[in-house]
Design a protein around this ligand. Sequence first.
Ligand code: ADP
Ligand code: MG
Length: 537
Amino acid sequence: MNDQVQPIFILPEGSSRNTGKLAQKANIAAAKAISDTVRTTLGPKGMDKMLVSANNDVTITNDGVTILDEMQIEHPAAKMIVEVAKVQEEEVGDGTTTAVVIAGELLHASESLLDKNIHPTVIADGYKLAAQRAQSILQAIGMDIDITNKLTLKNIAMTAMTGKNVEWAKGKLAEIAVKAVLHVAENNKVDMDNIKIEKKEGGGSADTELIDGVVLDKERIHSDMPKRVANAKIALLDTAIEVKNTEIEAKIQITDPNQLQAFLDSEEKTLKAYVDAISNAGASVVFCSKGIDDLAQHFLAQKGIYTVRRVTQSDIIKLSKATGSKIVSKINEIKPTDLGKSGLVEEKKLGDENMTYVTKCLNPKAVTAIIRGGTAHVVDEVERALKDAIGDLSAALSNGKCVAGGGAVEVELAKELRKYADSLSGREQLAVQAFAEALEMIPRTLAENAGLDPIDMLTALKAEHDSGKKWSGLNVFSGQAQDMWQAGVIEPLKIKTQAIQSATEAAILILRIDDIISSGKSNQQQMHPQGMPPGMM
Ligand code: ADP
Ligand code: MG
């Protein structure tokens, strides 16, 4: 008898497999690598990253989701962490770094539990319990907010933009964000579609302004058209004012010159009929999402209709909301009731380009923030900061609650979770404690990034919280523990609830994997033996 067991191959050649602890460790290491990458950017004193894309575009930012987006991460578990940032971005618009750091830390903490031979399922259950309890603690400690709390709103906007490379214009930008949000808010709900952001290089970021209405980065198409139309009746077209329809490509054979003239005449007639239909409906302004034939431009100018072409789809939708216009796709069928209204449509110069301002709209809810800045990089960073601020304000109002930042809320949560852990049995207790510790990574990191001693700071904060100061957090500028509510470091509760929810879900998902089978087909995705793609090492 042959004692030697023949190996059985069940996977194609070139594929690799990691099982059990090895698989878990590889995934945890990858997740941790991601969170370590963005960790250094957390908080007002966080550093920036310079991201250079394949075609050498440079982005300088400390925005978590932007960094991870540009990094083109390959590792599957790492990608799941990136997903956490994306969900956070979509749901709240801020707190992406926080969410990723918590996810990474939950996994890191689970490593020592795995080493103690606690089964991943038990850890997952413990984390779930802790997350549930964290949510109810957050609801209990959150402070109420509504549109009347102007100062708190401004503080939320300021906090959102702290450390975002826009320090010099922060006050002004915070005011714009609050104004924009209060302008469009209805029953504490903010429809973000009503806030348009238009970027224009030039000027300084302090020249950023809020316009009551919709501003388009487009000029009128013919110099004979009026520059200014009061009491405008607005038509929105999502079809070209052209004869040839790109969808039906026709071929015309002409055998004698008269036929050509007849053909051109009929083309002219059709275009004239289009413009007449628009004019007969009563339109004095046309926004068209497609192209407009030269001849039609001429007819429109003759009729004195202010016309803009190639307006983006999203602007057409914004204009429709702001002016009450219906979007027309058959020009011949346009009716007076399809038209919308605005008090004034005019072309104005911004920098050295002409823009179209649609103001005094039928629906006064629409606003446009025009972002200015010396270079494209500055403009982009101002946009990200403003979007964070607007997102935070909208989250605070729609959820109606906010908390103090600077690590205050995380230390308070950790304290309460430890109390809760005491009521649980052995193994789950350890998991809940690990969860509490993972949350403390936020104040630790804030301290580290500010060049302070994380252990000293955390000890000081814990002592303050034990004595009942629930908003005591880290003032990264003075290096002292301080009441963060009084210091005006305020964030919407939603940042924290969302971050904890998605971080926990991702951590649990990754924890439960005990087998990584990767096909060897694509060289790019080939794993390093440690489970990390070569670029991550
Ligand atoms: P994220 O992507 O998670 O929003 P940020 O870089 O914006 O990351 O940092 C957010 C963290 O910085 C939060 O924990 C917030 O409480 C904290 N923070 C903001 N402003 C201050 C401040 N003035 N002092 C201390 N901490 C602050
Ligand atoms: Mg932030």
